[in-house]
Every structure is written in C-alpha cells, then in structure tokens.
Design a protein around this ligand. Structure first.
Ligand code: C2E
Ligand code: CA
Ligand code: CA
Length: 676
C-alpha cells in the first residue's frame, strides 16, 4: 500500500538495524555473484554438461543469492513485533528472481549481443528483483502492523535495480575473459554484491511500518531470538548451496582437464600434454620406450589382458622415474620420459639402464608370465636444438630398419638415423602415391556471419606401413629437400580435382578446395600448365580451386612470384597467403602481390582472448585484411571463447580449426556438412 495511515490512530514503528546482519547480507550477495560468475563461465567452455545446465545453475545461484541477501537484509531491521512468514509467498518470491535471472542469463548468453539486449535483460532482471521485494514484503506477516511505501523511493529502487542489472550483466559478459583471473573475478563479484545490497537498502528505506496507538509491543529480546534463528538457518543453507555449486563447477573443470590431458588407463599425462609441453619448453633429453607387437598379445589374450600389461609397464616405468623427470603415455605402445634440463640427463640415462634391466624379466599378469618386446630411443638436446627436433630424432631411431626389440637403449646418431629415415621416405613415396598410402583429408572453413561451411583445405596424410602414421610436418620437409614435392603436389592436384568432380556430380556440393603449393613450385610454369590440364580433364570451374602459398615462396624472387600469382588470378583461381605474420616481412609484399585471401597463422589466436596483446595484434591484422579488401581466414581456432571473441572483431570472417572440425576424409566432409 502506498498510502500513509492517519497518525491519530497509528504510530510509526521504529526498528533497530543490526550491522552484523547487514554485513552478512552483503557477504551472501558477494558469494552468490562469485558463484554465478564461475557458473556463467562454464557455460562458455566445453564441458561434460550442456551449456543450458550451467546457465540454470548460474541463474539459480544468482536468484537464491539475491533473494536471501534481500531477505537477511530485511531482517537486519529488528521490529519489536511478532513476525511470521507465508511460505507460499516466499517460494513465489524466490522463483521470481530465479526466473528473471535465468531469462537474463539466457538472452545475454546468445552470441549476438547489442546495447538493446543488455537493456531488455536488465529490465527483466530488475523487474524480477522488484517483484521479489514486494512479494517478499507481502510474505512477512506481522499482526496488527501495516506499512506504506514511499512512491519516490520505490520508483528509485526499481530504476536502480534495472540499472544495476544492466551493468552487472554487461560486466558479466564483457569481462568474462578476464574473469578467469581470480582477483578480477573477486572484484567483479564484489561490485555486483555491493550494487545488489544498495538496491535492497533503497527498497527498505522506502518502507515505513505502523502500529495502532494502543498496540502492545513485544519484548525486543524474544523477537530477536526468532529472527536470529531464521537468519542463521537461511544463511547456513545458502552457504551450503553456494559451496555445492562452486564445487560442481570446480569438479567439471577438473574432469575436463583430466580427460583432456591424462590417459584414463595409466593416469599418466597423455600425448596432448606431451605435445603442448614439448612445443612450449626446451628440454634436456627425451627417452621413448616402445612396446612392440601388442597386436599379437591382443589377439592371443584379449584387450583386458593387454590393458593390464600396459598398466604393469606403467607401474614399472613410474617406479624407476627419477625426480624432476616427467613421464607420459604417448599412445597405445609408447611411453616418454623427459628430462627438463641438461642436469637431468645423467639421471635419466642411469634410470633407463635400470628400466632396461627390469624389462628383461618377464612380468606376471593373471598368473601368466609375459615377456615383453621393448626398445628405448634416446635423444639428447644440443644447445641450439628445439625440443620438437628431439621428438623427430627419437622417431628416426624407432623407425630405423635395424631396430630390434631387446630392451636396448639406442642413442640417436645423426649419421645412422637421419639419413636412413629420409632415404626410406624418398624410396617409398612413389609407392605411397600409387597405393594410396598417401591420401588427402579436408578441413572445413566456416563463415562466422553465415554460420556455414564455405570451403575446405586439402591436407596430405601418410599411413606408412613401417613407420606408422607420418605427419606432413615430418615428411614434407624431406620431400622438399630432395625435390620430390612437385610430383607429390601434382598427384595431390589430381586427387583434389577428382574429388571436386565427384562432389559436384553426385551430391551437387560446390565447395572450393584450397591446395597448399610448396614454395619453389609457385613460380614454375609447369604448375599452371598442370592445373589447367587437370581442370579441363575433370571439367572444374577455376572458382572451386584456391592455391595457398606462403611468404617464403616469394622471398627469393618477388617479381617472379607476382607474375605467377597474377597469372593464377587471370585464370580465375583464388590465391591465399598462408601462415600470414610468421614470415619475414608481410606488409611490403602484401601491397604488391595480388592475392585474394589472407590466412592468419594459428600462433596469433592461441592466447586470444586472454592475452590483450595478442587480441590487439589479431584485431589489427583483421582490419588490415579488410581494408585491403581481402578475405580473411583464421587458422587453428580451438575453443568457443576464441570463436566468440573473433566474431566480435569483424562481420565476415572465415574460421578453420579443431573447434569446428579436424581435417576429415572426403565422405566424412559430406556427413559433417549435413550435421552442421
Ligand atoms: P598449414 O597449411 O598451415 O595447415 C594447417 C595445419 O594446422 C594442418 O596441420 C591442420 O591440421 C592444423 N590445424 C588446423 N586446425 C588446427 C587447430 O585447431 N589446432 C591445431 N593444433 N592444429 C590445427 P597438418 O595437416 O599437420 O599440416 C601441417 C603443415 O604441413 C601444413 O600447415 C602445411 O604447411 C603442410 N602441408 C600439409 N598438407 C600439405 C600439402 O598437401 N602440400 C603442401 N605443400 N604442404 C602441406
Ligand atoms: Ca595451408
Ligand atoms: Ca597455415
């Protein structure tokens, strides 16, 4: 009621504010804001659970938090009358904030957010808070007591609630990247908590309580007892709820981390972790134990038996691992020890000798003696070597034809190992092309504006019968060094043109395909001739082919490269500048070479949006591309956060990366396209 009762019949009821209870209510608001921030953040990450579950939890936590802070705050005013509560109305008032919070979170978590979105969601949330206040007041039953609202303060508190909600939601989503930093998250939560408290105080200031002149006031003490008990139980249950929520988000983050970086069978860090570390740090030495012929053990004893063999081997390796040495399970049959610096190398060598002795003994699995076949490849880093080189050296040892599996430790020797690995690649490439050991995979590129696949990049793969799966980063440099990449590129062009024709005729899929052209082939007249010949043979329109070239290809002969690119463009082929930003120069060439697309290298996106510097750099490269009227493709995008950030930098970007899809075999591309 907004009317002030007549003073002839009623007295204003004076209450007493309890400072500790006010402090408690601010603390609740802060804790709720902190928990909601954590939950909201989970909804943007890849999680075990659906995004909406995190939104519901964030909204529940925010809703209950706001409600209980308001409720406790209301009770900070101790009135000398007996109060009881209407439970149904209390539930209605909690539900109103939860519903408003959910709507607000849901709308503002959509990827396209404008000022209008924040205004509308702020209005919804502010209304929710006000409804909660009035329903909450109605739930407070005080016999004989009536109250009135000050219209001015009521309107002010509503506007304040809307304003605070807008600011809160804006902060929530604009600072979500920074909110991963603990202190920033605490600070944002504190601002939100204080803001909510101010709304509550304004609302309470707008209420005046009255009692009839002849009303018999209660003894303050006993009333305090009731309220204190209520406040304590509300606070304790809220604290418990918030702890549970916080714990669940921590658990989810932990589960995601464990799944991503640890092997579930041995609990050792996995290949992903190994690759991440080995590209980021430099190491003293690397030792890889290879377990040979697990397939026949699988055939003879079954998979569970072999799982136990692997677990046993992992126990054995863990038991010989010296301190400051890391152990990883690389894949089914390989374990890696890494010495973090040169000081650990000697300890690692000694440990490997001990391990070799132990592995010579049969191991006992399910009362059966199993004799393993193992070998250890060991590479020690020299001063100017990258850790990635250590890995290729170890692989060269393991793929050497003379390798035996008799628990030896074989040290990498450049004369023996490198030559022969390169040689075997050279010897085998012809057969690989003829027998489809070499094959092509296609990685989708997705337009952020259209949310659809706009093309693919063709990438080479080699399933080698002896060396196993070979990464193009391993075999292409060898083929280039020995001038075999031109032939392989021709083979690839033929494969791609066949595939484009198949896609177009069978399923009417018109996807442009990008082909990587090695540096020294770009300026060769043979390339254009071959391309034209294949396009004619398979009747392919040039708009469906794109050539990716890197800066290094025109460092030697800039004029030759300009001429070559001009010719490709005249024939209607698109040309992309690959790995932009990693080469020598960039800008001066950009002006001169008539390319159509700029592909920004993965290294610029890796730390976006957390790193402000990287975010600024990528933003300027994108603007540069836009102002030169080039198509811009960002490579190596792996997370939703990166996609969300990139979508805010430019209207028409193309994104290629594991977030959307890894490179796929041709039939899988069609499936992926249908499911996207
Ligand atoms: P590139 O041309 O820069 O190709 C992109 C590489 O990044 C591919 O590796 C692709 O699988 C990988 N990639 C894509 N998205 C992500 C991501 O989200 N995260 C991570 N970590 N990686 C991602 P790939 O296929 O191993 O190729 C490596 C390089 O080998 C290529 O780099 C290219 O320089 C060369 N290459 C591959 N295929 C060919 C080919 O057919 N011809 C020539 N000349 N070079 C090729
Ligand atoms: Ca490429
Ligand atoms: Ca690239």
């Amino acid at each position: 009621m907004f009317l002030t009762p007549s003073t002839a019949q009623y007295d204003v009821l004076q209450g007493e504010y309890s400072i500790p209870i006010i402090a408690l209510s601010v603390l609740i608001a802060w804790a709720a804001a902190y928990t909601s921030l954590s939950m909201g953040e989970r909804s943007h990450k890849s999680s075990f659970f659906h995004q909406n579950l995190w939104l519901v939890l964030a909204a529940t936590s925010m809703g209950i938090g706001i409600w209980s802070m308001h409720f406790v705050g209301m009770n900070a005013l101790a009135l000398p009358v007996y109060i009881h509560y209407d439970r149904i109305l209390i539930v209605v008032s909690i539900l109103s904030t939860m519903l408003a919070s959910f709507l607000a979170f849901y709308v503002s978590s959509r990827s396209r957010r404008t000022k209008k979105t924040y205004l509308i969601t702020g209005l919804v949330m502010g209304t929710g808070i006000s409804v909660m206040h009035y329903v909450g007041m109605a739930a407070m039953k005080m016999e004989g007591v009536i109250y009135s609202y000050d219209i001015g303060l009521s309107i002010a508190s509503f506007l304040l609630a809307v304003f605070v909600s807008c600011v809160a939601l804006y902060l929530f989503y604009m600072l979500q990247h920074q909110s991963e930093r603990f202190l920033i998250r605490i600070a944002i939560a504190l601002i939100l908590g204080l803001a909510i408290s101010i709304v509550c105080v304004t609302e309470m200031a707008g209420v005046t309580f009255y009692v009839p002149n002849d009303y018999l006031l209660m003894n303050g003490e006993s009333q305090w007892m009731d309220v204190l008990f209520l406040v304590k139980s509300v606070s304790a249950s809220i604290a418990l709820l918030l702890c549970l929520f916080l714990f669940s988000s921590m658990l989810d983050r932990y589960a995601e981390h464990q799944l991503r970086y640890f092997d579930s069978l041995t609990k050792l860090p996995n290949r992903r972790r190994f690759e991440r570390n080995i590209t980021n740090f430099s190491y003293g030495a690397l030792a890889v134990w290879h377990l040979h012929d697990l397939e026949s053990l699988n055939r003879a004893h079954g998979y569970t038996f072999v799982d136990e063999v692997i677990q046993e081997m992992s126990h054995l390796l863990t038991s010989t691992k010296p301190p400051l040495i890391d152990l990883y399970r690389l894949d089914g049959h390989r374990f890696a020890y890494v010495a973090r610096d040169s000081k650990g190398v000697y300890a690692l060598q000694k440990a490997m000798e001990r391990t070799a002795e132990l592995l010579k003994q049969p191991i006992l699995i399910k009362e059966q003696q199993v004799k393993l076949q193992t070998v250890c490849a060991f590479a020690i880093s020299s001063i100017d070597e990258k850790s990635l080189d250590l890995y290729s050296q170890v692989m060269a040892v393991l793929s050497h034809p003379t390798i035996r599996f008799q628990h030896e430790i074989i040290y990498y020797d450049p004369v023996v190992h490198n030559q022969s690995f390169a040689q075997s690649i050279m010897d085998d490439v012809e057969r690989a092309m003829a027998e489809n050991e070499l094959y092509v995979v296609y990685q989708p590129k997705v337009s952020t504006a259209m949310q659809k696949m706009i093309g693919v990049e063709a990438l080479l793969r080699w399933e080698h019968p002896e060396h196993g799966f070979l990464s193009p980063a391993v075999f292409i440099p060898i083929l280039e060094k020995h001038d075999r990449m031109m032939d392989v590129t021709d083979w690839l062009i033929d494969q791609v043109c066949q595939q484009i024709q198949a896609w177009q005729t069978n399923r009417k899929h018109n996807w442009p395909v990008a082909i990587n052209i090695p540096g020294n082939y770009v300026t060769s007249p043979r390339l254009l001739n071959y391309l034209m010949g294949r396009m004619e043979c398979y009747q392919i329109d040039p708009q469906y082919l794109e050539l990716e070239i890197t800066e290094t290809s025109f460092v030697k002969t800039i004029d030759g490269a300009i001429e070559a690119v001009n010719k490709f463009r005249e024939k209607g082929l698109a040309v992309a500048l690959d790995d932009f930003g990693t080469g020598v120069s960039s800008l001066s060439y950009l002006k001169k070479i008539p390319i159509s697309t700029l592909k920004i290298d993965k290294s610029f996106v890796d730390d976006v949006p957390q790193s402000e510097k990287d975010a600024a750099i990528i933003q300027s490269i994108i603007s540069l591309g836009e102002s030169l009227k080039l198509n811009v493709v960002i490579e190596g995008v792996e997370t939703k956060e990166q996609v969300d950030y990139l979508a805010t930098t430019c209207n028409s970007l193309a994104i290629q990366g594991y977030y959307y899809s890894k490179p796929l075999k041709a039939p899988e591309v069609v499936e992926w396209y249908k499911g996207f």
